[in-house]
Design a protein around this ligand. Structure first.
Ligand code: NAP
Length: 288
């Protein structure tokens, strides 16, 4: 990358940020598309969030991402919010505009965009979400915001599922679902970390409990083909990979920061598919 004076800075703030794939993902796309931009990760503790945002304004950052634990607290430092981020009360992407700093959320919308492209309309789907953590919240909120027929939630810790359902009331009514009722759902999304490397032998649900023609999506992306995805494919379910959500939430952020053409968006997606597939292979050390 040629770091001339024309290059604008983009970045991620979080605590921690070590291990984040965002710098690699965004710099890979910036290079491919010839954008005059560079992306860095900034470790910002909660007490320094306001000062960091003030600094970002002062130096004219191009835009930035926000991760845990700042997704909610950053809102008080922004000048405006997109309607979905406002309703969810969480921001992961900030655009620097003539009107000031505007917050967006691309986590759930990233998966919704993937689902629309891969399985078609979602408005007629009853969706079962396994898990009730941070990812479940953004995904359930975005699905409800986009008008899915029903959202059911099943989580190991019942009280967390109950708390999530109360949190989601602003979007509508979600329900707690027991295993006997899994067969009522057209799309099942695993948002738990079960099956994630290095616990690849684990699965959050036996596919025999699912509707035979349900779509099965696992947002775990390492390994790409989790045990849940393998078993779903073996029993004839159509599947959606977590890696596509990872790519799409980054591409949506770039669409917010730059006016990318459809051709540029397709190039970014294709490149990230290839490069992430290589990057997510277990290293020699991990194989041992
Ligand atoms: P989180 O807030 O910590 O939530 C973790 C969820 O997993 C909780 O519902 C937890 O249940 C459940 N869980 C953990 N271990 C379990 C076990 N042994 N048995 C049953 N349930 C278990 O994490 P998160 O941020 O939501 O992330 C969850 C997963 O999504 C991670 O694997 C992450 O890598 C992945 N993710 C992928 C993307 C993507 O772009 N593809 C984006 C975000 C996250 P309890 O409430 O009972 O503890």
């Amino acid at each position: 990358m040629n770091l001339t004076e024309e290059v604008r800075l983009y970045g991620l703030i979080g605590d921690p940020v070590a291990g984040s794939r965002s710098p690699w993902i965004h710099n890979t796309v910036f290079n491919e598309l010839g954008l005059k931009a560079a992306y860095l990760a900034f470790h910002v503790e909660p007490t320094r969030l306001g000062a960091s945002i003030a600094g970002f304004r002062a130096i004219g950052m191009g835009g930035f991402n926000i991760t845990i634990p700042h997704k909610q607290t950053v809102i008080g430092h922004l000048d405006g919010l997109d309607p979905f981020a406002e309703k969810l009360g969480a921001v992961n992407t900030v655009a620097v505009t003539p009107e000031g700093l505007i917050g967006y959320n691309t986590d759930g919308p990233g998966l919704v965009s993937v689902l629309r492209r891969q399985i078609g309309p979602i408005e007629d789907k009853k969706v079962l979400i396994l898990g009730a953590g941070g990812a479940a919240r953004g995904i359930a909120g975005s699905l409800m915001y986009n008008g899915v027929k029903e959202v059911g939630i099943c989580n190991r810790t019942w009280t967390k599922a109950d708390a999530l359902i109360r949190d989601l009331e602003i979007f509508g009514k979600a329900h707690i679902v027991d295993r006997e009722d899994f067969k009522n759902y057209d799309l099942v999304i695993n948002t738990t970390s079960v099956g994630m490397y290095p616990f690849e032998d684990a699965t959050p649900v036996d596919v025999k409990y699912l509707k035979p023609d349900a779509y099965v999506c696992d947002i775990v992306y390492k390994p790409r083909r989790t045990r849940l995805i393998r078993e779903a494919e073996a029993t004839g379910h159509k599947v959606v990979f977590g890696i596509d959500m990872l790519i799409e939430q980054a591409v949506l952020a770039e669409q917010i920061w730059f006016s990318l053409s459809d051709e540029q968006v397709d190039r970014a997606r294709t490149l990230l598919q290839t490069e992430l597939m290589k990057a997510l292979q277990p290293t020699e050390g991990e194989k041992k």
